[in-house]
Structures are given as structure tokens and as C-alpha cells.
Design a protein around this ligand. Structure first.
Ligand SMILES: C[S@@+](CC[C@H](N)C(=O)[O-])C[C@H]1O[C@@H](n2cnc3c(N)ncnc32)[C@H](O)[C@@H]1O
Length: 200
């Protein structure tokens, strides 16, 4: 069952991505496509997909059990606006068209707190510009993290990209709470949301 669902709804990373109207034929162009990086258990992706049937979402994660959860929701709800990629986002990025995304979500990326692990963080100077390249003008990059060090890194890296405007915002009510966020709250860590718009 999992393999069949995966064959239908997953996007193999080796192939060129078809244009959005081919990928999401049930949606009326122009199609807003959001990239959800590291959707984990899939709670936020599934909750937002249910609330926003007109917004296409491509979820990418290397975490297999979360992928199964999202595939289950796609089939159970008959969704035509959600696709998943089971791979490293760094493999997917070069295959995404430039100036094509309405949004990028990076909710609670792995914090890699130790100094020697920092190079593994996704919000870094050799990745963020590639993400911004894929955002269309007016598109947004939304990062949520409960690591103040990570939030500082996001702010510093985004400040280097003249195409972005934004910074820390109040936690948006619409962002669903996930298990990961709850675990942090229980441990006394507050989430920090940063939203940047591509302005040029
Ligand atoms: C801490 S979890 C957060 C999950 C979810 N976004 C949330 O808010 O609950 C981080 C997720 O990012 C995924 N991840 C880490 N590096 C990744 C990469 N390079 N490409 C895709 N997913 C990645 C992990 O597998 C994990 O599921």
C-alpha cells in the first residue's frame, strides 16, 4: 500500500519536475506553490493542506514515517494539491524552477546546537540564496525555530540577501502546533517565527 501511494504521489528526485499545471492539474493557474522543508511528522503540512485547498504544497523530508502519514492524508482526503519528495532538500532545490514558489516553510529545522555541527544547518549562506532564487517576487520564506541561536543565524544570513525584507514576527495563529514544538514548549523553549518577503 505504502509503495503504491508513494509511486503515485511522490516526486522522484532524479527526474525533471513537470510544470506546476501538470503537477497540480486540479488547481486553476496561476498556482501558488509552497515548499515545506523538513515536514517531519507532517502535522503542520496536513493541517495547512486541509485549510488551503487552493494552495499547492510540495513537502520534502528524509524522514520516512512522516512521508507515510502525509501520503495517507492525501489518499484519505482525495487531495490533488499535495506532493511529497522523500529526499534531501539540497537534491531537490536545483530541480525547482527559478522565481516559481509562493512560499518556503522551514518549521523547526534540526537545530544542530553544537559548534562543530553548525555547518549542517539548512539556514546557511550557501543554501538561503538558492531558496530565494526559487521564490517569486512577493513570495515568503517562513522559518520557525525554538533555538535562539538558530534564529540569530537566520536573521544574519537573510540580512545578507538584499532581495529579502523581514525578520522576527509574532507567532502566527495559523501555524499549527506540532509534536516537535510542543516538546520544546514543555522543556521551556519558546518558538521564534521569522518571515521574509522577496522584494526584488
Ligand atoms: C525537527 S524536525 C521538524 C519537523 C516539522 N517541520 C515540525 O515543525 O514539527 C526537522 C525535520 O527536517 C528533516 N530534515 C533535516 N534535514 C533535511 C534535509 N536536508 N532535507 C529534507 N529534510 C530534512 C528531518 O528529517 C526532520 O524530519
Amino acid at each position: 500500500m505504502y509503495r503504491e501511494r508513494r509511486a503515485i504521489w511522490s516526486l522522484p528526485v532524479a527526474d525533471e519536475l513537470p510544470p506546476w499545471p501538470h503537477l497540480f492539474p486540479a488547481l486553476k493557474p496561476p498556482i501558488d506553490v509552497v515548499l515545506d522543508i523538513g515536514f517531519g511528522g507532517g502535522e503542520a503540512l496536513v493541517a495547512l493542506a486541509a485549510q488551503r485547498p487552493d494552495e499547492a504544497v510540495i513537502g520534502v523530508d528524509v524522514h520516512t514515517s512522516g512521508v507515510a502519514h502525509v501520503l495517507e492524508a492525501i489518499v484519505a482526503n482525495g487531495w490533488q494539491h499535495v506532493r511529497v519528495v522523500e529526499d534531501d532538500v539540497l537534491e531537490l532545490l536545483p530541480r525547482l524552477p527559478m522565481n516559481s514558489l509562493a512560499g518556503v516553510r522551514l518549521f523547526f529545522p534540526d537545530p544542530w546546537p553544537k559548534t562543530k555541527q553548525r555547518h549542517r544547518r539548512l539556514a546557511r549562506t550557501d543554501v538561503v540564496p538558492d531558496l530565494v532564487d526559487r521564490l517569486r517576487r512577493g513570495g515568503t520564506l517562513h522559518v520557525a525555530t525554538d533555538s535562539s541561536g538558530y534564529a540569530q543565524q537566520v536573521a544574519a544570513v537573510c540580512a545578507l540577501d538584499q532581495r529579502l525584507r523581514g525578520g522576527v514576527v509574532e507567532r502566527p495563529d495559523w501555524r499549527p502546533v506540532t509534536k516537535f514544538e510542543t516538546r520544546g514548549l514543555v522543556a521551556g523553549r519558546q518558538p521564534i517565527d521569522l518571515i521574509y518577503e522577496r522584494i526584488s
